[in-house]
Ligand binder design. Sequence first.
Ligand code: NAI
Ligand code: MG
Length: 515
Amino acid sequence: MASPKSNGSEAQAGPWKLVMEDGGPIKPPVTVKYTKLFINGEFVDSVSGKTFETFDPRTEEVITSVSEATSEDVDLAVKAARAAFDHGPWPRMSGQVRGRILHKYADLLLQHSDEIAALETWDSGKPLDMVKMLDVPGSSNIMHYYAGYADKIHGLTLKMSGQYQGYTLHEPIGVCGQIIPWNYPLLMFFSKISPALACGCTVVIKSAEQTPLTALYCAHLSREVGIPPGVLNVLSGFGETTSASISKHMDIDKISLTGSTEVGRLVMEAAARSNLKDVTLELGGKSPLIIMDDFDIDEAVDIAHSAAYINMGQICMAGSRIFVQENVYDEFVKKIIKRVHKQVVGDPFKQGVQHGPQIEKVQFEKILKYIQYGKDDGAKLLIGGNSLGEKGFYIEPTIFVDVEDNMRIAQEEIFGPVMSILKFKTIEEVIERGNKTIYGLVAGVLTHNINTTNRIARSLRAGRIWINCYYAGSFNCPLGGYKMSGIGRELGLAGLESYLQVKCVITPLQESPWL
Ligand code: NAI
Ligand code: MG
């Protein structure tokens, strides 16, 4: 059992020991079958023959090598997607038939749940229990949801002034480039491809370089259900090369990215400088959770705990600024420490483990750097703050109190298990402070006062507001950012519409005695 490596912390050492099997990291119950690029319905080597390694975040060991797409492979994938869109059956078949194929895809995913979940945990370090409970069924549900829309896409008939009539056609936008991150590899894959495919678009999707494996497995499943060649192309590769080629490609009609705000800007710039392709960006956050003094404190503790620590804090929607009203602040702090102590940290393959390693060394070091910033800027490190274990990217759940708005840990996205607790007095004050970042993705408020909820929900500049809950939601709730958290909306009907073009057709109308 490993003990914490010190990070120069003055906080009490946490109680966490890595929960592991006696023999060390559990051997993943799966083998890797698909490592090549998936272009035009075939698994192929990259043109350059290049490969890169993907790692197990528990051990820092190589899992396997996968083919690396360069701009030549992007060209081939785009050609296949273009041909499938311009001449292939996918956009031309009835919505009913397309929907049936996609429903089958969603079902097949569940039939392979164990294998997919094991690959996801191996590649990303996400707790297997959670992947089985949320990521796999959630991905299937998203696909079913959009498959159901495939035969319900239609426009309007417009009665015009004068002797004309108009109608709108809602047409698939075309070839879509999609770039996804490593924090929810499978869910992100299905959040992106499902609405695009349901609309009749064709897709070139690039997985994150840290987590290529489940996307390739699901590429294989797409063949099994009869998605025609060229409709879904799946590439592994890096941001600066593969995704940059996608962003500036002249034959891609729309690009959708989930990732950092910094990369969002690059993608938008590339889109602007190439063919002005349509852009959807789902970017970072620094979301506030506001706890008013009338709310049950134990429930508030549970909600704040999951807001900050789910997925080891690696989530764009993380409630990373916890605002607590001053007269319940001390009690909240006492109770959240107890709650965080109960967090089970260890091998994500082990049943009952809630908190695995961070994704990779770069992120691991970034988080430890922010913990140091917190201390340097004068916040009080209450618990945690250290890495755990001799290998792997484990970090203790960490709490800072006495955090002030201008500190780096209150302004910048950490993307790790670091909770910042801030004290406030009045509603006016917390609204102003809640809005005081460059981000505006989501926010939460806990209170039973209806006037307070109404006021806060309308005053916070964020794309989703949770009242008396956090993370509740499903595929039919749109998600997207205000301010620098992004552009456009995903999920729900808004997510579908972002893959459609509206064409208006106008024709003269011969005189008629009828209306
Ligand atoms: P990133 O934004 O670099 O990576 C996300 C995706 O964008 C990956 O597929 C990557 O290959 C691609 N990408 C990277 N550079 C690109 C470029 N020049 N052009 C086009 N695509 C590019 O995020 P990274 O480096 O993995 O993490 C850095 C920080 O970003 C995290 O600490 C976190 O704060 C934030 N982030 C936010 C996410 C979200 O869900 N909104 C997801 C992942 C990271
Ligand atoms: Mg990996």
